[in-house]
Design a protein around this ligand. Structure first.
Ligand SMILES: Cc1ncc(COP(=O)(O)O)c(C=O)c1O
Length: 393
């Protein structure tokens, strides 16, 4: 499979005209329908959070007093509040000045796309790609190139060939741990090669680590700290609560300066109260046990989903077995068009995201992303039963 190069439109366009609405966000409406079991969302199971712990974090946040009155209620610095940035700096082994707290990691992607890419600059993404990153890079008027991936992550040799052909990416965006949508973990060798190829052309590598802490497989080495032009993007959404909208990035000083300037114009700073809550939750001593619980539960659910798919769909599908994250990636081996399948599946009371939603050009696809995060094993089995019934019209 070759890479896809999407040319920019010939006349200037406004950012909103370049960005299609996320089909996943549209599909999320189905989650609320009581008759539909949804495997579509990338929603974490927030019921696994201890409510008393969350209450204590909000109480502590409200109680924090600063020189200008209640810290939670006051304006704060654009790059984020000190306790949270310090925690992130320790964790990522970088200087506090290298960190920026963002309004969800989605904002980090948007700020990075706009500060790193001038119109027409090339941004390379692993295809299929996280839709939110596609939207962010499209809005920045970058030229998107999708490099295919396999069970070891992005095909870095294909990227190397592009560079040989004269392509000079400004950014290479990867989700090396439990990729959205494929669940893939990038191999150690590919990580090493990626850093080498990017360094050859001076490209910034954006490492999106949204799912990194939801790992039950063997440990992996992050990219941050292993190359001068690496930006790490992280999120509290999948390990605490997405409603708090706390994400972050860490990277080289010039990138941090550019992102911070842009952030000033976007929202001045991320909600102070929510930063305090997340800073408290990440350091109250209970987070390691919470992460263990999440991993144990998600692992159990992933096993149940894969087993049900194998039982009900057998050799009609190939599934990529995840060792972390929230998703199972499914390939229909019998040529089933998953867009058409989705319509039949919703009629039968189950939703998923067809692979076409993650392509750069909406091409029809025989793949699908199934999330196991929010349903228990019996419901997952029931959902797959409905999917199997919808399979053959
Ligand atoms: C790979 C990836 N990156 C970033 C995000 C954005 O998450 P948030 O803005 O909630 O941190 C998501 C959300 O689904 C994601 O899957």
């Amino acid at each position: 499979m070759g890479h896809r190069l999407l040319e920019p439109t010939s006349r200037p366009s406004a950012a909103a005209d370049r960005v299609a609405s996320s089909r996943i966000r549209e599909l999320l409406d189905l989650v609320d329908r009581p008759d539909v079991l949804s495997l579509a969302g990338g929603l974490p199971d927030v019921s696994l959070l201890d409510e008393d712990r969350v209450r204590a974090a909000f109480a502590a946040a409200l109680g924090a007093a600063g020189p200008s009155g209640s810290t939670a209620l006051q304006y704060g610095p654009t790059a984020g509040i000190e306790p949270l940035r310090s925690h992130l700096a320790d964790r990522l082994d970088v200087d506090v000045s290298a960190t920026v707290v963002t309004t969800g990691s989605q904002q980090a992607l948007d700020l990075l796309a706009r500060s790193l890419c001038a119109p027409g600059d090339v941004a390379v993404l692993e295809a299929p790609a996280y839709l939110g990153a596609v939207q962010a890079f499209r809005a920045s008027d970058a030229r998107l190139i999708g490099v295919p991936g396999d069970a070891d992550g992005m095909d870095v040799e294909a990227l190397d060939s592009l560079v040989d052909d004269g392509v000079r990416p400004a950014v290479v965006y990867v989700v090396p741990d439990h990729h959205n949508p494929t669940g893939t973990v990038m191999s150690a060798e590919r990580r090493r090669r990626l850093l080498a190829v990017a360094a050859r052309v001076g490209a910034v590598v954006v490492e999106d680590a949204a799912y990194r802490d939801l790992r039950w497989g063997p440990p992996t080495a992050p990219l941050i700290g292993r190359g001068e032009r690496v930006v790490h993007v992280g999120s509290s959404s999948k390990v605490l609560a997405p409603g708090l909208r706390i994400g972050w990035l860490a990277g080289p000083a010039d990138v941090v300066a550019g992102v911070t300037r842009l952030k000033q114009s976007v929202d001045l700073h991320t909600a102070t109260a929510n930063q305090l809550v997340v800073a408290h939750l990440l350091s109250d001593g209970a987070q390691p046990a919470h992460l263990e619980r999440l991993r144990r539960t998600y692992r159990e659910r992933s096993v149940a989903l894969v087993a049900a798919l194998r039982r009900r769909l057998g050799d009609r599908v190939e599934v990529r077995v995840p060792d972390g994250g929230m998703f199972v990636w499914l390939q229909a081996l019998d040529g089933t068009d998953t867009d058409a399948l989705l319509d039949r599946a919703v009629d039968r009371g189950v939703a998923f995201v067809p692979g076409s939603a993650f392509t750069l050009d909406d091409a029809p696809s025989t793949t699908a992303r199934l999330s196991f995060a929010t349903l228990g094993p019996p419901q997952l089995a029931q959902a797959v039963g409905r999917l199997a019934a919808a399979w053959s019209p």
